[in-house]
Design a protein around this ligand. Structure first.
Ligand code: M6R
Length: 606
């Protein structure tokens, strides 16, 4: 996820352009830059760091011009460097372009362009687009034609904005799967990844749809279909948000927005380069000892993956809390440590990795922030591509990490001859249904979950119980409740209950039961048994299950019924329900949702 903006007007636009990327910084904050048409040539100013840091060094608003584009980056291809920062220029400097998305066929286009004499300055997929346009412009001498011809060659996803010295008063833009909106002013028009880019200046906008392009000048714009060239007329949308709401895409909190981004995050997780998945699987198979490490939520992600690695691939890889790692792990040169970290900066995880490296161990990581300390330290990194997670409470990042490590487990299972490539493809097909099922839960269940959360928001103590893979889900779900709602919730294996905690059960202690689908016969039976033990002692049970309405009447005091799902993806859906349950409880209790007390997004202290 990156932020794009553009402005074309009748007076100097440099200051509003800078302001617009300040408002888009939440979409990506590795690096940023502007391209402004100044005295008939394009001036690019860019660098790594936050918008204010880059502005301090590069004076982004200094160039004088009436048209410009800007970008704030969340790196996907290529590290966090000045060269990789957008905007990118063509060889002759006559085209400048910014992009959000991933061009999947960029390597073949790059080879072709290099062969044709184009010189590249970055490792990005984006840079091929501007050179491709330049190539086609040389042939047609028509900027619009060259733009469309290049778009037709691109595979993958994009929102693109481009300016050129050949059409000094126009911004060319296009979109496929990444958002792009045109803002309409008075003798000035704007472009943005979302309304934030221009909400300080206009409330009138036109939203581009997939496979459309637009040409925007200061007093005119048109939109056409990329393939057919058909002109599209669109309704003007009036934005009635303030700028804070706009940043959250209309959601009241980042936490909710990020929960709703999860279908897309799983799509992104499934698109992680197969070679990177295979490399991690090979590293695991070659090592004598393998540990998964993480802190808080990422420890629970590690624990979930311990279950997946063991049950699917037959490889036992203990999950260890990063802060207990030194006290517990046995490390030698045949050891591999796999760290899981959203921020890539968590002190305990970083420290555990350094300790293990010092003893000659190999290291790998799943991280969300490119260029972070952990990403730079380890021997092998998988970037999860979930986009910035702004809420301190981790939701979408954790779910994506679980999905990526599940793909690694499948790869290992093939390697270990536990399943065939065909079986693996079938299971991956089931996983590919996860985005639509999460969307179904979000669309159809969140209202009911809201009601249940309101009804029970006065409860001070919860037990969260699950067996097998539902145990880490119960732990992670209970952490969500604790950290966002400040309500005590204790996660434990359902089977552990009878070994002591059952003494606490009475009508005042409430429990959430994470039921597997009936197809997981033994797990279902045993988990149901734990629910019965609680009901028999007059305890309250809230069941998350995949059965029919009323099916759990004897087992549950209340039930949240989920859509039918394959057992491989069922736990993921229950986690989404638990995230919403925690969120709505916190809303009912008027908590500080995106920044809960005493918490920080990345914990960089011991
Ligand atoms: O950035 P990391 O994933 O390494 O952070 C690890 C934990 O600090 C983090 O998951 C924490 O538990 C969050 N508050 C979870 O919502």
């Amino acid at each position: 996820m990156c932020g794009i903006s553009g402005i074309v007007g009748f007076k100097n636009i440099a200051m509003p352009l800078l302001n617009s990327i300040r408002h888009l910084e939440y979409r990506g904050y590795d690096s940023c830059g502007v391209a402004i048409m100044s005295n008939n040539s394009i001036v690019v100013r860019k660098n790594i760091g936050s918008v204010d840091e880059v502005n301090e060094r590069e004076k982004l608003s200094e160039p004088d011009g009436k048209i410009g584009i800007a970008h704030t980056r969340w790196a996907t291809h290529g590290g966090v460097t000045k060269e990789n920062t957008h905007p990118h220029l063509s060889c002759e400097g006559d085209f400048a372009l910014v992009h959000n998305g991933i061009i999947s066929n960029y390597s073949e286009i790059k080879k072709e362009l290099i062969h044709g004499g184009h010189r590249f300055n970055s490792e990005t997929d984006t840079e091929v687009i501007v050179h491709l346009i330049e190539k086609y412009f040389v042939l047609s001498k028509d900027a619009e034609k060259a733009f469309i011809r290049a778009l037709k060659r691109l595979e993958g996803t994009y929102a693109i904005a481009m300016i050129t010295t050949h059409e000094k008063d126009k911004i060319f833009c296009a979109k496929r799967e990444s958002p792009l909106v045109i803002g309409l002013g008075d003798e000035i028009n704007y472009l943005g990844s979302d309304f934030n880019a221009f909400i300080d200046y206009t409330k009138n906008a036109v939203v581009l749809d997939d496979d459309e392009y637009a040409v925007v000048s200061r007093d005119h714009y048109f939109i056409k279909k990329i393939i057919s060239g058909e002109v599209i007329r669109k309704r003007i949308t009036e934005i009635n948000w303030d700028s804070d709401m706009a940043k959250k895409g209309g959601y009241p909190h980042y936490m909710l927005k990020e929960i709703y981004e999860q279908p897309q995050c799983i799509v992104n997780a499934m698109q992680v380069d197969k070679a990177l998945i295979k490399k991690l699987s090979d590293m695991i198979m070659k090592s004598r000892h393998v540990y998964l490490i993480g802190a808080g939520t990422t420890y629970y992600v590690s624990l979930m993956s311990e279950y997946h690695f063991s049950s699917i691939a037959g490889v036992f890889t203990p999950a260890i809390n990063s802060d207990e790692f030194k006290n517990l792990a046995y490390i030698d040169k045949d050891t591999l440590i796999i760290a899981v970290s959203q921020s890539g900066e968590t002190y305990d995880t970083l420290n555990a990795l350094k300790f293990a490296k010092g003893k000659g161990a190999k290291t790998a990581a799943i991280v969300n922030v490119m260029g972070s300390s952990i990403a730079r330290l380890v021997d092998h990194t998988i970037m999860q591509g979930s986009g910035p997670e702004i809420c301190v409470i981790s939701t979408k990042a954790a779910l994506s990490q679980m999905a990526i490590l599940l793909l690694v487990a499948l790869e290992m299972a093939v390697n270990n001859k536990r399943i065939s490539v065909r079986n693996k493809n079938e299971i991956e097909k089931q996983i590919s249904h996860l985005p639509e099922l999460i969307q179904k839960v979000l669309n159809e269940k969140s209202g009911f979950i809201h009601t249940i959360a309101n009804k029970f928001s006065h409860i001070n103590n919860w037990l969260y119980l699950g067996r097998g893979k539902y145990y880490p889900i119960a732990l992670e779900s209970s952490l969500k409740m604790k950290e966002v709602a400040y309500v005590h919730a204790e996660g434990m294996p359902a089977g552990f209950l009878k070994h002591g905690t059952i003494a606490l059960i009475d009508e005042k202690l409430y429990s959430v039961i994470f039921m597997p689908p009936r197809s997981d016969e033994e797990l279902y039976r045993l988990t149901a048994g734990s629910a019965e033990e609680i009901k028999a002692r007059k305890g309250f049970t809230l069941g998350f299950h995949f059965g029919e309405k009323g099916e759990g009447e004897k087992l549950f005091s209340e039930e949240i019924i989920l859509p039918k799902a394959h057992s491989i993806i069922a736990p993921f859906l229950e986690l989404v329900v638990a995230q919403l349950f925690a969120y709505f409880t916190a809303v009912a209790l008027k908590r500080n949702i995106d920044k809960p007390r005493s918490l920080a997004k990345s914990v960089t202290v011991a």
